[in-house]
Design a protein around this ligand. Sequence first.
Ligand code: CS2
Length: 494
Amino acid sequence: MTSSHLSNNTLRSLSKGVKTPGYDRDKVAPGIVHLGVGAFHRAHQAVYVDDCLGAGETGWGIVGVSLRSADTRDALSPQDGLYTLAVRSSDSEQLRIIGSIGSMLVAPEDPATVLAALADPRTRIVTLTITEKAYLRAPGGGLDTAHPDIVGDLARPELPKTAHGFLAEALHRRRAAGIAPFTVLCCDNLPANGATLHRLMIEFAALRDADLARHIADEVAFPSSMVDRIVPATTDADRARIAIELGVADSWPVMTEPFRQWVIEDRFPAGRPAWEKFGVTMVEDVRPYEEMKLRLLNGAHSAIAYLGLLSGHETVDRAFAEPAIRQFVDALWAEAISTLPEDAGLDTSTYTAELAERFSNPALAHRTAQIANDGSQKLPQRIIASAIDCLEAGDEMVHLTLVVAAWIAACAARADTLPESHFTDPLDTALTPLLRQHLPANETVAAVFDLAGFAGDHAERQTLIELVAVHLVHLRRGGPTLAFAALGIGSEEA
Ligand code: CS2
């Protein structure tokens, strides 16, 4: 094992072949505050920004903010914010040191400094990857105004906990000080993510101050964006391997695939890095790209996660190598593709062929349990929206609904065939006792739909529940094998 650590001082002593920031980090000023510095941000947006800094831009350093835990700050601050990006394919691993994160803050420890960074006139963009559940949406899509953190942030604006609270207070302070607002760039896997956050922010601000709500509605830009890169959680084996390859230790390297994509609506009144020089697609309307990604990539991911877990597969590549799952995903894609806009120029067959290759990458060891987290927050935009579109169009639809049933069955399998906390969901406190009652499939699905707010009061809700329940009966009786057989997948006899 090696004794020294990655830092500005050890950058020059790294093994040959490791790419390092080719720019003077001291000359970079902060221009972006990022909320939610997880592995995904570090393997995606921070890399595009690092590309821009490498090309000589100096005004777009990142201040990384963790809204909850201190883990990332504790790992990166002793390394001067540096970390390794390991790009892994089946036959190679390329290491690159990313230097774009200049400093790290932990919001619960020091909300005042986070607010100061957000209010700093040099901050012109705030990016977010806080995960679906942190948007605190009520079942209808609006703000969950009864959520204790929202109530708390409204009562004490100077000590926020939520992203909403931080953004609102910072925009209020900038306005009071005559500083132009920053642009808010949402990078989470939500439909119309910028517009969604904009709406939530206007609702939140309206509960504080009508003027601030008007300011946010009229003067703050919330472009939507589609982000894509598969980023499995780092393991201790990764840390040990990277230390050997690097020649120094890195407390938290991030693992990823060669593929990356970012499509952004080009509305940045306060300026932006020249991302388009590094493969970012700047567009007027991101919706077609985002629907394609959410419904084809993320939808298939959730399918592989839940059906894979029920079939005993620990990783995406292993699950996807199972012929029945592979065949199922192809059929799922066909259903989801029928819901995508035809006139948007999307090349769905190239896209799905590429996805199949990405899912097969054995070097990622992307755990099915990782993707299985937070299903209640993910399925609406990944699966249920497509299912409803199919029903409305009168198209035959039998595969999408199996994913919902598989989610329910996988949740129920915890503490039975799967470890109790193999994955978690924000609804667990209510979901777990409900599933333990082992009600008939129809009743279980209806109760889960109520709890999760799936399909709201949509006219197709009951049909959807019945279709999901048929699959749940099969899954309960004979697992994925029987559910697949009922769809004509897998067994010769079917
Ligand atoms: C995954 C995503 O964990 C999940 O839910 O589906 O994180 C997925 O890997 C990314 O969206 C890929 O861009």
